[in-house]
Design a protein around this ligand. Structure first.
Ligand code: FES
Ligand SMILES: [Fe+2]
Length: 431
């Protein structure tokens, strides 16, 4: 059971309406080891966005699922994802976080040179090697088993036998499409990355990222602040008992609402602090979207607030602005987080300025959200030291409700059911 963990990881009592997760899932080394094997080595993991390598010669290096990778667009415009490890003796071939106009990569250790398509093209002192050297291609930079793109979002998979990305994303395709359709000329990752770490289990951040229930309490300072500033909170229900949560399949879920949140959206919900002069431009932005995408989809884009979880470790929060966030555990109680702002290509400077102000105000590393959330995650992880005597997390909220609300916990149950299923799965080749 549970890949041999020897303890009950979740208790899912649908009749009673109770859902519990054992706190050992957040603290134990053997759980993390199993997660690496059963989840991170088998699921599609977010790598980056096509806009980060928009031109031939552009590259970024990134660790995904604990593995250093080079993501690049070669001189002919083709995308590649190579393992960033020299086939000679293993050094990282590329140590820069990103760059442009690159045709070749030279390993800093003994100087082997690889072309952008991964082929080994130069070995200093080549006469020391036989002619058959690299006939089988094993001395080229090795490609990841699979990578694919959906609406600009690029994912990798370390399992040669994995299902297609689109199948895997299931109903989350609709949400990615809504985000990708915001700009008439497409979307781009803004320059710069938020990079931070949290002394807490990685699954706590996945839970937190679409947890509307905590918003009014953990982020009360933010609500007080915008309440005083924009005076739009008078009739606002800060228990967030509206909107809804949808299971998007394969462990993915979204918590969403249309038009009721009290904050502004650069696309295209005006608030007083944007200033009267912004009204005309914002109305034009909304009109353009609705004309281009039709009323049904257009209104979803313009009015929607969505916190989306893509299993296992990608979050796309389309709220005050759009944040793309991914994270990976180095230890059961420690994760590294990368996050970016996604914005429309060719957005006007005034709209971009509203977006960026809105982004850093809540989602920035020193905004009203991130530090408060990080602190709560630390508090939970500390509480788990008592797991021997107080072993269960409760994630039952709204379980018996017919109409699921935004502040319910269906999205977490969706995540945990998939997590548990994958941990229990055995695969061909396993003992
Ligand atoms: S380790 Fe790369 S050239 Fe030797
Ligand atoms: Fe939060």
């Amino acid at each position: 059971m549970n890949g041999g963990l020897g303890f009950e990881t979740i208790r899912d009592d649908r009749e009673e309406g109770r859902f519990r997760v054992h706190r050992g899932a957040f603290t134990r080394d053997d759980v993390l080891e199993l997660e690496r094997k059963q989840i991170f080595d088998r699921c599609w993991l977010y790598l980056g966005h096509v806009s980060e390598v928009a031109k031939p010669g552009d590259f970024v290096t990134r660790r995904v699922g604990g593995r250093p990778l080079i993501f690049l667009r070669d001189r002919n415009g083709k995308l590649h994802v190579h393992f960033n490890a020299c086939p000679h003796r293993g050094a990282l071939v590329c140590r820069e976080p990103s760059g442009k106009k690159r045709k070749n990569f030279m390993c800093p250790y003994h100087g082997w040179v690889f072309s952008d398509d991964g082929n080994l093209i130069e070995t200093p002192g080549a006469d020391a090697y036989p002619e058959t050297f690299n006939r089988d291609g094993s001395l080229n930079l090795q490609p990841v088993p699979k990578f694919d793109e959906f609406r600009g979002f690029v994912f990798v998979n370390f399992d040669h036998g994995a299902e297609t990305l689109e199948n895997y994303l299931d109903d989350a395709c609709e949400i990615l499409d809504l985000v990708a359709s915001q700009g008439p000329d497409g979307m781009e990752i803004q320059k710069g990355m938020q990079e931070y770490s949290i002394r807490a289990n990685w699954k706590l951040l996945q839970e937190n990222s679409a947890d509307a229930y905590h918003a009014g309490i953990t982020h009360s300072t933010y609500f007080d602040y915008i309440g005083a500033r924009d005076k739009l909170l008078d009739n606002f229900d800060n228990t967030l008992s509206f909107g809804g949560v949808r299971n998007l399949g394969n462990g993915h879920a979204v918590s969403e609402s249309l038009g009721v949140m009290p904050w502004g959206r650069p696309y295209a919900r005006w608030i007083p602090s944007f200033g009267d002069e912004a009204k005309v431009e914002m109305a034009a932005i909304a009109d353009e979207i609705i004309k281009r995408e039709g009323v049904t989809k257009g209104e979803k884009i313009v009015k929607g607030d969505r916190n989306t979880l893509i299993f296992p470790n990608l979050v796309i929060n389309d709220i005050m602005a759009v944040t793309v966030r991914t994270f990976y555990p180095l230890r059961p109680d420690y994760m590294e987080v990368n996050a970016w702002s996604l914005a429309p290509i060719n957005e006007s400077p005034t709209s971009r300025e509203r977006r960026n102000r809105n982004f850093v105000e809540f989602l920035g590393p020193a905004g009203f959200s991130t530090p408060d959330d990080v602190e709560m995650l630390l508090q939970c992880q500390m509480g788990y030291s008592n797991a021997d005597f107080s072993p269960w997390n409760d994630i039952s909220r709204g379980m018996k409700r017919d109409v699921v609300m935004k502040s319910d916990e269906l999205q977490m149950r969706t995540f945990w059911r998939q997590w548990d299923k994958l941990l229990k799965e055995t695969h061909v080749g396993d003992e």
